[in-house]
Write a protein that binds this ligand. Structure first.
Ligand code: MN
Length: 721
């Protein structure tokens, strides 16, 4: 017997009673024979792969059925073993799990070749979307299939070096975009960070190296500090009579990297090594959580705005903990999580905790039901038409960072970051969304495109009569609806409207929002560009929300922007229109240093100033070379040169004080340069003629939507020559 097999059996013996390990042993023997003689690309015997997969799941202390299925997960695909044979030998449950994993893998093969996420064309994107959709659906049926798939991917990531470079990158990207967020949403924390770090290592080797170096450089200092803090806290808890285990939890490389990026964006330097870890306090009962919190807060001053009570308000994936941050010893900020052993179990194993092998315990039968986001997946399956749209909603609504908000009754709702009151309304009920006419946040009226913040209490005002949504809600420039699920519901409402009504509405939208963007194409030409044969069909699609103005703007922008009389310009480097990217992030506040005035093409370095963003110097500049505080230097690159087109615009607005200032500052907030601006006044009316340098129809469309939000503006159009 190989060492791997011995490890697996030793591990299962730790938590499974003797009479339950039989099936694992039989599956192991069967897999060894079935894969006999097969080799992995890395050269090792194939059976090492299912063995490693099962080992990860044994670490999660999963039930014997899942372990057996993990050992057998490739025998259908690679050894031609039939469902019937597996069912006869191992029972229906094991056969179904293996079948589920095999189908996911086959879907993967269609799109990307055996187990590698190589994407070549948009057809492949669709196929990949179909495979992800399949996975999510399978997950809603039996999550264990996905747990096996995650463990399978974890081992494939560890042996990724055997693949050629592009395939390696494609698999790594897929892991970071789909599998790691999936593990996160399933609450399997360790799986998540392992997948992230493995993927990150391939996607950004220098970034990975840099963070590892940072971690090891300050290790001794950090460890001494953690030890000190832990022993102080243990003493305090002991004095207060709270039984607790206190440990230091290191953060993973990928999350530290992201934190550094966020700091750079806010012009804070990453000197704070104490951000590299958090403290965890595990206590016995729920009351002890709050007792421990009291001890922590009376010993150290809590940082404002950092306290979250997920004990009273569990997250959607049932995660519970108290989170706080305090100014610890030597006034350094430290994050602290407090939870019971049971909560800790769930936080570590996530959804896998449901299948933890527990003797004589059937687990919580309402477990899956409680995972509201899983229910949501099933709902979308009905609502969302195509596979690509489905995966899109999954990516935006489930994988994005979440904000937690409250209903007036105090129920907690989890929405993707950036969500609006309308998203919230549609989350409550489709009908509440359709009838929504206003919203209050924390008792105050807000605009429907208000961005919800953690802890907001949201109240939706609805009309008594059925009104139906506004098509504006589908225009992404207005930011009314951010989640794909809400957008889909709005779209469906319009789909059900009568065709003539849709044509009329479409015509209005077209003239209001699109006609003004391009004066050179006629209606039929635009309809053709949007792939409709007649103008009426095109208007009906537009009026029913089947196609959005944003999509048409995309199409229009693939056409060249026709410059108005004047020649396009390429902005000189250093001007406000040129991009300098800092740490791979564009559009940061940057200034060109006066001391050495670098020009495009020079080797450059960024210096983080205290309050004026990043100053860009030549790499050879004396001021940079003298700089001793290395933490303030960041890598910068010249961004891509952009071609800009001058476009003439005409705004009609009610005359008022500050109008011109509002218009011009809006333009510069968009990062757009103004070439000329003339304002004429007639009675109460102001007519502003503007020539701006834009980089495409997209930007123009955004600008128009913003102009319309300016108080007093009546009409915006692109001026005809
Ligand atoms: Mn496999």
């Amino acid at each position: 017997m190989t060492t791997l097999a011995e490890n697996l059996l030793a591990k299962t013996n730790e938590y499974l009673p003797e009479d339950r390990t039989g099936i694992v042993l039989r599956a192991l023997k069967y897999a060894e024979e079935a894969h006999d003689g097969q080799k992995r690309l890395s050269g090792e015997p194939f059976v090492a792969h299912p063995l490693e997969t099962a080992l990860y799941l044994a670490d999660l202390r999963l039930d014997p059925t899942t372990l057996a299925a993990a050992l057998l997960h490739d025998v259908m695909e690679d050894c031609g073993v039939s469902f019937r044979e597996l069912e006869d030998r191992f029972g229906n449950e094991v056969a179904r799990l293996v079948d589920g994993v095999t189908k996911l893998t086959q879907n993967e093969m269609k799109s990307e070749g055996r187990g590698q996420g190589l994407r070549v064309s948009s057809d492949d994107d669709t196929a990949q979307a179909a495979s992800v959709r399949k996975m999510l659906m399978t997950m809603a049926e039996d999550i264990r299939v996905v747990l096996i798939k995650l463990a399978d991917r974890l081992h494939n990531m560890r042996t990724l070096k055997a693949l050629p470079k592009e395939r390696r990158l494609a698999v790594a990207h897929e892991t970071l975009e789909i599998y790691a967020p999936l593990a996160h949403r399933l609450g399997i924390w360790e799986m998540k960070w392992r997948l992230e770090d493995l993927a990150f290592q391939h996607i950004n080797p220098p970034g990975y190296q840099a963070v590892s170096k940072l971690l090891s450089a300050k290790r001794t200092e950090r460890e001494a500090y953690i030890e000190q803090v832990i022993s102080v806290l243990r003493g305090e808890l002991g004095n207060a009579g709270v039984k607790a285990e206190v440990t230091g939890r290191p953060k993973n490389i990928y999350s530290i990297y992201n934190k550094i990026q966020r700091y750079a964006a806010r012009n804070r330097s990453f000197g704070e090594i104490y951000d590299l870890f958090a403290l965890r306090v595990v206590v016995e009962g729920v009351r002890d959580c709050y007792a421990a919190l009291g001890v922590v807060h009376s010993k150290w001053r809590p940082l404002p705005g950092q306290f979250d009570d997920y004990v009273a308000n569990p997250k959607d994936n049932l995660y519970q903990s108290l989170h706080t941050a305090v100014l610890c010893e030597d006034a350094l900020p430290v994050e602290i999580q407090i939870r019971t052993a049971e909560m800790h179990n769930l936080a570590e194993y996530g959804v896998a905790a449901h299948w933890l092998y527990k003797e004589g315990d059937v687990g919580d039968p309402r477990f899956e039901e409680k995972m509201t986001w899983l229910r949501q997946i099933l709902e979308w399956q009905r609502d969302v038409s195509g596979a690509v749209e489905f995966v899109e909603s999954f990516k935006t609504d489930i994988f994005r960072n979440q904000v937690l908000v409250y209903t007036p009754k105090g129920d907690i709702k989890e929405l993707p970051a950036g969500a609006s009151p309308l998203d919230f309304a549609y989350r409550i009920h489709t009908d509440v969304g359709h009838r929504c006419i206003g919203a209050k946040v924390n008792g105050k009226l807000v605009a429907l495109n208000y961005e919800l913040q953690n802890g907001d209490t949201v109240e939706i005002m609805t009309s008594k009569t059925v009104r139906g949504p506004s098509l504006d809600w589908l225009n992404q420039n207005h930011g009314y609806v951010k989640t794909s699920s809400a957008r889909e519901k709005v779209r469906q409402w319009f789909n059900r409207q009568a065709k003539q009504v849709n044509i009329q509405r479409g015509r209005e939208i077209f003239h209001k929002e699109l006609r003004r963007l391009n004066t050179s194409l006629n209606d039929l030409e635009v309809a053709k560009l949007a792939r409709y044969d007649t103008v009426d069909e095109f208007f009906a699609a537009l009026g029913s929300g089947a196609i959005t103005t944003n999509q048409i703007v995309e199409r229009l922008s693939s056409q060249e922007v026709k410059p108005d009389e004047v020649e396009p310009v390429v902005l000189p480097a250093g001007g406000p229109g040129s991009d300098i990217t800092v740490l791979g992030v564009g559009n940061l506040l940057t200034r060109v240093a006066m001391c050495c005035s670098p020009i495009r093409g020079d080797a450059i370095k960024g210096y983080i100033t205290r309050n004026r963003g990043v100053t860009v110097h030549r790499a050879s500049c004396q001021n940079i070379l003298r700089e001793s505080d290395g933490d303030r230097l960041v890598p910068v690159n010249w961004g891509e040169e952009r071609t800009l087109y001058p476009v003439r615009l005409r705004l009609e607005a009610w005359n008022r004080v500050g109008l011109l200032r509002d218009v011009t500052s809006l333009v510069s907030d968009e990062g757009v340069n103004i070439a000329s601006c003339v304002s004429e006044e007639a009675d109460d009316l102001s007519i502003i003629s503007l020539t701006v340098f834009i980089d495409g129809i997209n930007q123009l469309s955004r600008l128009f939507a913003k102009f319309e939000g300016v108080n007093g503006v009546l009409r915006v159009s692109r001026a005809t020559a």
